[in-house]
Design a protein around this ligand. Structure first.
Ligand code: BGC
Length: 464
């Protein structure tokens, strides 16, 4: 006798969302440092965001698609370079367009979660050194205050900064994001600290104007495991990467200082402590790290790697592992580093469980243009997420990245995260099967046995 297959329910009021960001979706965001980076060949493929998904002119048709799917939350970001095109000058027309977008979401029964900084900042600030500048936290606080004054009647759910660790790691250590610095260790610590101070300033500025606001940040959590399970060096490397990538931001939020001697490099972070009403977790994959493992994988995949010039730059420290062929999604600049690990979401979330605040999965998704693997990866992730909730984790929402294919930073248009495929030249949209699947989950607020049977027939085989 088999047990009857169970329906896996999510809590009432659970947010089923989709994620987006201004530079990746709006189009013609030409007044920020990312546009300048694209113009000066920062992206090896030569891709540019260009018209992106054309949201500045027409986001509403995609909002309709989201509503039809049954989505009840959408994460959008405000483009600082539109709202404050020059230091201290505000663009009221840009605020008006965001008001229109926020109203549009509300009318469709979709609650907005508004991010203030998603990797882009105005050129005037970039010229002053961006977040390396000591004045940047104050500029950001002023911007946050203005946003809540102008838009606070339409939104009370804010995400200050998206992935400070990724912004710093790719921009100041790996040279893949503007300003393209490599191994600038000291500067990277300054930038990270300033971003955290900026976050705290924004947190306070928003609460001073909107006491009931829910304010947090989106933290990219990457899991690191030793390439060779019992190799002491690999273990050490994995835990160093874990601390540097994941724990420093959490240290600042919970204790107001980085651990160990690292606080000597950060300046005063005491004001950052407890400045979060929720914690956002962006979870995508894990990295297997280790020196031997790295060497070995170098040999095995030498030929493939020759075609990935950027890839080499990004693998100076870490190796990679393809544990299960299904875990390999479309390779971008990270090549086979993008090993997805759906079951790891529980581990990622448990890293923030001790913070004692509600958790939102503010991003999770898969680069899979063919959509051959996304459905089962999505279901494996959500099954693991549901188990964590059953076991007591206070997770209140999940925002899938992304509704529609968009400009994927270093990888330009070459890898596709959308539930909906986009041809950026014609702006034609085509629903991938995953869009239908996600819609069914959103509307049911559950994973029903028939969905699991249809999309994940091999679910009894442990994976990941
Ligand atoms: C970023 C998104 C990006 C996604 C997929 C996240 O790190 O916040 O902007 O598109 O990863 O790579």
């Amino acid at each position: 006798m088999h047990d009857a297959p169970q329906i896996l329910r999510f809590p009432e009021e659970f947010i089923w969302g989709v994620g987006s960001s201004s530079h990746q979706m709006e189009g013609n965001t030409t007044n920020n440092q990312w546009h300048a980076w694209e113009e000066r060949g920062g992206i090896l493929s030569g891709d540019r965001a260009g018209l992106a998904c054309n949201w500045w002119n027409n986001a509403e048709e995609d909002f309709d698609r989201a509503r039809e799917m049954g989505v009840n939350g959408m994460r959008i970001s405000l483009e600082w370079s539109r709202l404050e095109p020059e230091d201290g000058r505000w663009d009221e027309a840009a605020f008006a367009r965001y008001r229109q977008m926020l109203r549009g979401l509300q009318r469709r029964g979709i609650e907005p979660l508004v991010t203030l900084h998603h990797f882009t900042e105005p050129l005037w600030l970039a010229r002053e050194g961006g977040f390396a500048s000591a004045k940047s936290p104050l500029y950001f606080e002023r911007y946050a205050a203005k946003c809540v004054e102008e838009l606070g009647d339409l939104c009370d759910f804010w995400c200050t900064v998206n992935e400070p660790n990724v912004y710093v790691g790719l921009g100041y250590l790996l040279g893949l994001f503007p300003p393209g610095r490599k191994n600038a260790l000291l500067t990277s610590m300054r930038v990270l600290s300033n971003l955290l101070r900026a976050h705290a300033g924004a947190y306070n500025a928003i609460h001073a104007r909107q006491s009931h606001a829910r304010v947090g940040l989106a933290h990219h959590i990457c899991l690191f495991d030793p390439g060779q399970e019992n190799a002491p060096l690999d273990k050490l490397l994995a835990s160093v990467c874990d601390v540097a990538t994941n724990d420093l931001v959490l240290d600042a939020l919970t204790r107001g200082r980085f651990r160990g001697g690292l606080h000597l490099l950060s300046g005063d972070l005491s004001g950052v402590r407890d400045t979060f009403d929720y914690i956002g977790v962006n979870y995508y994959y894990r990295l297997m790290v280790g020196l031997n493992f790295y060497r070995q994988s170098q040999q095995e995949t030498q030929a493939a790697r020759a075609t990935h010039a950027l890839h080499a730059a990004s693998t100076s420290l870490v190796g990679s592992a393809v544990e299960h062929p299904d875990d390999q999604m479309d390779a971008g600049s990270m090549g086979d580093l993008r090993v997805i690990y759906p079951d790891g979401i529980g581990r990622a979330l448990r890293k923030v469980a001790g913070l004692g605040r509600p958790i939102y999965v503010t991003e999770n998704g898969f680069a899979d243009a063919s959509d051959a693997k996304r459905p089962s990866a999505l279901l494996r992730t959500l099954t693991a997420l549901q188990q964590e909730i059953e076991q007591g984790l206070d997770v209140r929402g999940y925002y899938h990245w992304s509704l529609v294919d968009n400009f994927e930073w270093v990888d330009g248009w070459s890898i596709n995260f959308g539930l909906i495929a986009l041809d950026p030249l014609t702006q034609k949209r085509t629903l991938r099967p995953s869009a239908e699947l996600y819609g069914r989950i959103c509307r049911a607020n559950a994973l029903s046995p028939d969905i699991l049977d249809q999309y994940m027939p091999a679910r009894l085989i442990p994976v990941g």
